[in-house]
Design a protein around this ligand. Structure first.
Ligand code: UDP
Length: 415
């Protein structure tokens, strides 16, 4: 079998106080009809990026309501992950040729992983393009008796046609597909069941519980950040779509009128993202040794508690993405009552209501204007932060996400 990712148990009842009785009762009622259903999630990494973040909560929550849920990761060498990152970039709009050699390497690794998938399940959820083509090698196997669902987490609105058509030939083999937004379906697909489900954050994870002030100060001191001065924060992988250089440009312009500003860019290096170090180095050189720019990563011990503390200490949070499937980091910051200045793209549009809980910006100039406004008006920042917290509580918590999956399982079973 594919390697299993261990997860810490979660208890659904712990969420009652935050999610409310109505949501909990609906979850329990729908889960009752799925008691003992065997669910496998398959993706390409257990560390770094939004999908891993989601599965650490969703998998144990599914188990806590009576399903038998587990999480497996596919295996691939560095060539495979270089190719899948290229697919990811082309699916998000970059125009880079995909050669037959690349396709055949991708398909052969998917096939090898499929041959390690030999257990029976009721539902198999395959996340993102990396393992998508496994389905082609599953026909006639015991594992294929399950309902297979492809879950797309990326923003494919501007996918190059040649990449979308290639992927679509595999998506069409699934029993169901889940996208975050309707716009992401570039041209009609032929899966029998389709759902639009936004991701979620776990209000009870270390990432989203705000550490005590003393812990926040220790973390700031550890990295040399001055918590008494304004902090502009972006938490993201080092990736072209997160626009790290644009973020530095924005910081520089704001700093010309707000001399005490600091920029913190906090990144996690994902196992399936070979571009991380390249973009880290580019950003490092672009920062030109500015002592008020802090480029931090999991390599310097930045884990969930540190990310949470930095989000809590931030004066304003940026998410200057050029494409964004959803952007868990936006919801995480909003949950901590921070106004978010974010690129007007993809799943960010589901979260940020312009002028209410943050600002949507089209370019660096607009970002500079809105960050400056928030630095100059703490009352506006606070009002927007409160509105953001409320929006996340109503729409983007793990319990709502679980509920949507349970509903979809019932639909797939024809209930
Ligand atoms: N993340 C983290 N440490 C970092 C940078 C990111 O734990 O230094 C987490 C972040 O908190 C979020 C996830 O990685 O939970 C990124 O998810 P998102 O949907 O924002 O972007 P993706 O990486 O999937 O494109």
């Amino acid at each position: 079998m594919l390697p299993l990712v261990p997860v810490q148990p979660r208890q659904i009842e712990q969420y009652r106080g935050i999610a409310g009785d109505e949501v909990l009762e609906e979850i329990l009622s729908l889960a009752g009809g799925l008691e003992g259903a065997r669910v496998a999630h398959i993706n390409s990494t257990a560390h770094g990026g939004g999908v891993a973040e989601l599965l650490y909560t969703l998998v144990p929550l599914m188990s806590s309501v009576g399903l038998e849920a587990e999480w497996h990761i596919i295996q691939g060498d560095s060539d495979f992950f270089t190719i899948t990152k290229l697919f990811h970039n082309v699916l998000q709009g970059m125009d880079i040729p995909i050669t037959d050699v690349m396709k055949s390497k991708y398909l052969s690794v998917c096939e090898e992983n499929a041959s390690d998938c030999d257990q029976e399940y009721d539902f198999v959820i395959v996340h993102d393009p990396q393992p998508c083509a496994m389905i082609a090698a599953m026909q006639g196997t015991a594992a294929r008796k399950a309902k297979w669902i492809w879950r797309c987490h990326i923003d494919t609105t501007f996918a190059q046609d040649y990449a979308w058509e290639f992927l679509k030939s595999y998506i069409n083999l699934y029993d169901g597909a889940v996208f975050t937004m309707e716009e992401y379906i570039k041209s009609p697909i032929e899966v029998p069941c389709l759902a639009f489900i936004p991701p979620s954050i776990d209000p009870l994870s270390a990432k989203n519980i705000i550490p005590e002030k003393r812990v926040q100060s220790d973390i700031a001191n550890r990295y040399g950040i001055d918590e008494t001065r304004p902090i502009m924060l972006q938490v993201s992988r080092f990736d072209p779509w997160k626009d790290p250089l644009g973020l530095v440009d924005c910081y520089r312009e704001v700093k010309s009128s707000h001399n005490d500003l600091q920029l913190v860019y906090c990144a996690s290096m994902a196992d399936d993202d070979p571009e991380g170090w390249h973009y880290y180095e580019k950003t490092f050189h672009y920062s030109e040794g500015d002592p008020d720019i802090f480029l931090l990563s999991n390599q310097q011990g930045v884990g969930n508690v540190e990310v949470s503390a930095l989000q809590a200490m931030a004066t304003v949070v940026l998410q200057k993405s050029l494409r964004e499937g959803f952007g868990l980091t936006v919801a995480e910051a909003m949950w901590k009552r921070k106004p978010v200045v974010a690129g007007e793209v993809g799943g960010i549009l589901l979260q940020v209501d312009d002028g209410i809980n943050g600002f949507l910006v089209e370019d660096i100039g607009e970002a500079v204007e809105k960050v400056s406004l928030l630095l100059d008006s703490p009352a506006t920042a606070m009002r927007m932060g409160d509105a953001g917290h409320d929006k996340v509580r109503r729409n983007f918590l793990s319990t709502r996400h679980l509920l949507d999956y349970l509903r979809f399982f019932h639909i797939l079973r024809g209930n």
